[in-house]
Design a protein around this ligand. Structure first.
Ligand code: SF4
Ligand code: SF4
Ligand code: SF4
Ligand code: MG
Ligand code: CA
Length: 803
C-alpha cells in the first residue's frame, strides 16, 4: 500500500537508514522491518472502491469480472479488479477488489478505503473483518435470511457498532431464498450483482440492467435457455428482495458479548485462527514454524458453516446401515455407539435408538451430524436406502446449535467403539474414526470419500506420498490439515512433493522404511542370541513371524516392547527402542489424479509398478486435470469436452488398468464407490495386503464434469457410470494366478444400454450435443463402441481357465 511505499522513502531520508530492510512483513526475529507511518489514501478522488466477500464457486468472482467488462465496454470509466482466494477448492473464501473511476487507476494494491462492501455469505460476519476500511456513510449489502431482530444476535457487537457509528447504508437481501425459488441453487451472483449496480452508483441503473441481461445471454448461452431465463428473472426479482435495514441508533453502543473461553492449543489460537480470519499477513515472522511440520487435525477447528442445508437424522426410520457416513466426502456424518452410561448422560437433543445387531447388544446408536463442518452436498440423504428417508436436508440455522451441542457431548464423552464389527465391511468400517476430515474439497467431491475410507481401514499406519493436484490441495491447504490422528496419536503421515514425481517420492519413502525395518529385524534377531527372558524371546519370534501382516504387526510389536521394557537394557535394546515406530508394517500409499498418473507422472508410476515392491497407488480419476480447471488428460474419454478438447476429445481414454495388468505381478483394481461399495472395500483390502505393487483406479465425479443433477448426486453418478458400461469394475489379483486361478475378476455386469442417457446427464458430453450435434453423435457412438469392446475383452479375459 502507499503506506509501505512511503516507509521506504522515509527510510532513505532518515539519518541512519536501515540497510537490508523488509517492508510489509513484521520481522521480529532479525528486526529488519520498517515501521509504518499513518494511514494514507492516494486513490484519485471520485474513484469508487468496492469489496465483495464470496464463497468459492458461488459465482461472485465471475460476476465481478462481468461487471468490470460491462463498465469497461460501455462507459468511459477506468476499471480495475483483483481477486483473492484461499486455497480451498470450491466453497472456499474469495474477496474481489474492484475500483472504478474517471481517472486512470494506478493502485496496484488491495483496497484499504472502501465505499461499497457486499458480503455474500451470512456466516462470514463472525469469521472475517468484513467492514474493515469501510468509509463513513459507505454501503454494506449482506446476503442473509435474517430479520432485524435476528441481526441483533447474529451480527457481532463490533460490527453493529461500526454500522451505526459510521452511519453505514445497510441493506439485506435473502439471495439464497430467491435463487432457490428460481431454481438457481446456490448461485446468487446475479442477485448480488443487481444489488451492486443499484447501490454503488457506477452506472445509471436502468442501463446497467439492460447490459446485465445482455451479458447473461452471452455468458450462459451455451448452458441452454433455461439457465439464461433463470438468471434474467434473478436480475428482475432482485430489486424487490433488496431491503434497507433500518437499524436502531443504539447499535452504536452495542455491548460486547461474554468472551469465548474455549481452550485451544497455541498452534490453533496463535497461528491457525489469524490465518483463517484472513489476518495471516499480519502475523510476525516469529509465529511461523521453521521446520515445515504441520500438526494434524487442524481442519476440525475451522467450523466453516458453509452449508445451506444440512442433514437431520430421523432415528425412527434409520436402518443403521452406515451408508450415509460411507459416502460423505467431508466426514461430517458419523455413527456412534453409546454404552448405558454414555447414553444416560447425553443431552436430550441427542437422539438415540437401540443398536441393531447381536454384536452391538446393549448399546445405543446415534448418527451424529457435524453441522458446521458439513458442506451441504446432500450425498448422504441421497444415498440413504431407508424406506422413509432417514436423513432430511434442513436449513443449517435450524440445526447448528443443537447439533454442535450434541457433537461436544459425543466428542468429550463417547468412546469410539470400533472393534465390534469387521473393519473390512461397509457398516463396520464406519465405526472406525475417519482420519481425513473436513477437507477443503468441493461439496460432493468424488475423490475424498475414497481417501476417507482408506484412512478408516489403515489410517493409523498409513504414509501418503501425494502428487500435486486436487488431492494435495484439499489434503493440505495450510493452515488447515484435514489428516488427523486417533486417540493414541496415530494417523496418516502425509507429504507432497511435486506433480511429476509422486511415485518416485513414495517409492523413496518405502525404500527407507524397508531398510529401517530390515535393521530392526536384524537387531531383534541379534537380541535373541543374548541372554534374555524366554518371554521376550517368544514375543520376538511372534513378531518376526507376523511382521508383514499389516493389522497384526503393530500389536505384536507392542508385545515385544512391553517385554523389552521389563528386561535389562543394553545397546541393542536401546537401538531397538529408537526404531520402535517400525514394528508396525506401514501402509505406503501414493495418491494422485489422472493428470499425474496418466500423463505427467506416468514415467515414474510405471517404474514404481514395475519395481515389484510392496507399495500402493490410488489414482483418483476425474478424467480431467481438475485442480487447474479441467484440462483434458489421457484419461479424458472420447467425445468429452474439456479444456484443450473444446470440440470433444478425439481419441480414446488410455487404459491404464490394462497396461498395468500386462506386468502380471501388479494388483490392479478399477472401482466406483457408488456402484459397488463392497467391491471397493475388497479392492482396498486386497491391494493393501498384496506383497507387491498395487494400482487402484477410482472413478471420481468432479465439478468439472458438470453433473446436471448436481454434486449431491455424485454417488448415484458412479452407479450409473458402471451400469451403463462407461466405467468398468474389476480386480486383477496376481495371488490368484499363483494359486492357478484366473487372476481377473470382473465385478460389473454387461452394459445395460443406458450409456447415451448417462452421457447426456453430464455437461461435458451434453455441451457438444447442443453446439455440434453431428460431431457429438459421431464421437458418442465411438465411445459406446469402445466401452462395449472393453467390457467384452475383460469378460473374455476373466473367463480364461487358470493355469
Ligand atoms: Fe456429508 Fe454432504 Fe451429508 Fe453434509 S450433506 S453430511 S457433507 S454427505
Ligand atoms: Fe440410517 Fe439412512 Fe444413514 Fe443408513 S443411510 S445409517 S438408514 S440415515
Ligand atoms: Fe472439486 Fe473436482 Fe477437485 Fe473434487 S476433484 S475438489 S470436485 S475440483
Ligand atoms: Mg483429475
Ligand atoms: Ca500392497
Amino acid at each position: 500500500t502507499p503506506q509501505h511505499v512511503k516507509a521506504v522513502f522515509d527510510n532513505m531520508l532518515s539519518r541512519s537508514p536501515k540497510n537490508h530492510f523488509t517492508v510489509g512483513i513484521v520481522d521480529d526475529l532479525t528486526n529488519t522491518s520498517l515501521s509504518l507511518g499513518p494511514d494514507l489514501d492516494t486513490v484519485p478522488a471520485g474513484t469508487v472502491q468496492c469489496k465483495f466477500y464470496g464463497l468459492g464457486a458461488d459465482g461472485t468472482v465471475g460476476a465481478n469480472k462481468q461487471a468490470i467488462k460491462i463498465i469497461g465496454d460501455h462507459t468511459d470509466l477506468f476499471a480495475q479488479g483483483y481477486f483473492a482466494y484461499d486455497s480451498k477448492k470450491s466453497g472456499g473464501f474469495t474477496v474481489s477488489h474492484l475500483r472504478f473511476g474517471k481517472k486512470p487507476i494506478q493502485s496496484s494494491y488491495l483496497i484499504t478505503h472502501v465505499d461499497y462492501v457486499a458480503c455474500h455469505k451470512a456466516s462470514y460476519v463472525r469469521q472475517y473483518d468484513i467492514l474493515d476500511g469501510l468509509r463513513e456513510g459507505g454501503a454494506f449489502v449482506l446476503n442473509s435470511s435474517w430479520s432485524l431482530k435476528d441481526m441483533e444476535k447474529e451480527l457481532p457487537p463490533a460490527m453493529r457498532r461500526i454500522i451505526a457509528r459510521k452511519k453505514i447504508k445497510f441493506y439485506n437481501v435473502d439471495a439464497v431464498k430467491l435463487a432457490t425459488d428460481l431454481g438457481l441453487g446456490g448461485r446468487i451472483n446475479m442477485i448480488m450483482q443487481t444489488a451492486f449496480f443499484k447501490l454503488a452508483n457506477v452506472l445509471p441503473f436502468k442501463e446497467a440492467v439492460d447490459m446485465l441481461k445482455a451479458s447473461i445471454r452471452d455468458a450462459y448461452g451455451d448452458k441452454g435457455d433455461k439457465v439464461v431465463n433463470m438468471n434474467i428473472s434473478a436480475v428482475e426479482k432482485a430489486m424487490d428482495a433488496l431491503q434497507e435495514v433500518k437499524y436502531p441508533a443504539a447499535w452504536a453502543d452495542a455491548p460486547d458479548e461474554p468472551e469465548n473461553t474455549l481452550e485451544e492449543p497455541e498452534y490453533i489460537s496463535g497461528y491457525v485462527r489469524p490465518i483463517l480470519a484472513q489476518r495471516g499477513d499480519k502475523l510476525p515472522v516469529s509465529a511461523m514454524f521453521p521446520d515445515g511440520v504441520v500438526p494434524p487435525g487442524s481442519s476440525a477447528y475451522e467450523k466453516r458453516g458453509i452449508a445451506i442445508d444440512v442433514p437431520e437424522w430421523q432415528p425412527a426410520s434409520c436402518i443403521q446401515c452406515n451408508q450415509c457416513a460411507y459416502v460423505c466426502p467431508h466426514a461430517a456424518i458419523r455413527p456412534f455407539l453409546l454404552s448405558a452410561e454414555e447414553s444416560a448422560g447425553a443431552p436430550a437433543s441427542l437422539s438415540q435408538v437401540k443398536a441393531i445387531g447381536k454384536e452391538l447388544d446393549g448399546l445405543k446408536f446415534t448418527m451424529q451430524i457435524y453441522a458446521l463442518d458439513c458442506q451441504g452436498c446432500g450425498s448422504c440423504a441421497d444415498v440413504c436406502p431407508a424406506k422413509q428417508k432417514a436423513l432430511l436436508m434442513k436449513p443449517l440455522e435450524s440445526q447448528a446449535v443443537a447439533q454442535e451441542a450434541n457433537l461436544a457431548y459425543v466428542r468429550g464423552h463417547v468412546s469410539i467403539k470400533d472393534g465390534l464389527l469387521p473393519r473390512d465391511q461397509l457398516k463396520g468400517s464406519q465405526f472406525y474414526q475417519p482420519l481425513l476430515e473436513f477437507s477443503g474439497a468441493c461439496a460432493g467431491c468424488g475423490e475424498t470419500p475414497y481417501v476417507r475410507l482408506l484412512t478408516q481401514m489403515f489410517g493409523e499406519r498409513m504414509t501418503i506420498a501425494n502428487a500435486t493436484g486436487c488431492s494435495s490441495i484439499w489434503g493440505g491447504s495450510s493452515p488447515s490439515n484435514p489428516y488427523t490422528v486417533n486417540k493414541d496419536g496415530h494417523g496418516p503421515a502425509w507429504g507432497n512433493s511435486l506433480f511429476e514425481d509422486a511415485a518416485e517420492f513414495g517409492f523413496g519413502i518405502n525404500m527407507a522404511y524397508d531398510l529401517r525395518r530390515a535393521r530392526l529385524v536384524d537387531l531383534a534377531q541379534r537380541l535373541q542370541k543374548e541372554k534374555i527372558p524366554a518371554t521376550l524371546h517368544k514375543a520376538i519370534d511372534a513378531w518376526l513371524a507376523g511382521r508383514d501382516d499389516g493389522a497384526a504387526s503393530g500389536p505384536l510389536g507392542e508385545a515385544v516392547l512391553d517385554e523389552l521394557a521389563q528386561s535389562p537394557s543394553g545397546d541393542l535394546a536401546h537401538e531397538i527402542w529408537q526404531l520402535a515406530d517400525f514394528f508396525a508394517k506401514k501402509s505406503v500409499w501414493i495418491f494422485g489424479g489422472d493428470g499425474w498418473a496418466y500423463d505427467i507422472g506416468y514415467g515414474g508410476l510405471d517404474h514404481v509398478l514395475a519395481s515389484g515392491e510392496d507399495i500402493n497407488v490410488l489414482v483418483l480419476d476425474t478424467e480431467v486435470y481438475s485442480n487447474t480447471g479441467g484440462q483434458s488428460s489421457k484419461a479424458t474419454p472420447l467425445g468429452s469436452v474439456a479444456k484443450f478438447a473444446a470440440s470433444g476429445k478425439k481419441t480414446d481414454k488410455k487404459d491404464l488398468g490394462r497396461m498395468a495388468m500386462s506386468y502380471g505381478y501388479v494388483y490392479v483394481a478399477s472401482v466406483s464407490m457408488g456402484a459397488n461399495k463392497t467391491q471397493l472395500i475388497k479392492a482396498f483390502k486386497e491391494a493393501e495386503a498384496y506383497k507387491g505393487p498395487s494400482l487402484i483406479i477410482a472413478y471420481a465425479p468432479c465439478i468439472n464434469q458438470g453433473l446436471r443433477k448436481g454434486m449431491g448426486k455424485s454417488i448415484e453418478e458412479e452407479k450409473l457410470a458402471v451400469e451403463s458400461g462407461y466405467w468398468p469394475l474389476y480386480r486383477y489379483n496376481p495371488e490368484l494366478a499363483a494359486k492357478g486361478e484366473n487372476p481377473l475378476q470382473l465385478d460389473g455386469k454387461a452394459p445395460d444400454g443406458t450409456l447415451q442417457s448417462f452421457l447426456s446427464g453430464e455437461n461435458r458430453y451434453a455441451q457438444l450435443e447442443r453446439s455440434a450435434p453431428e460431431e457429438s453423435r459421431r464421437l458418442r457412438a465411438g465411445l459406446e463402441k469402445t466401452c462395449n469392446a472393453r467390457y467384452n475383452l475383460l469378460k473374455q479375459l476373466s473367463e480364461l481357465p487358470g493355469k
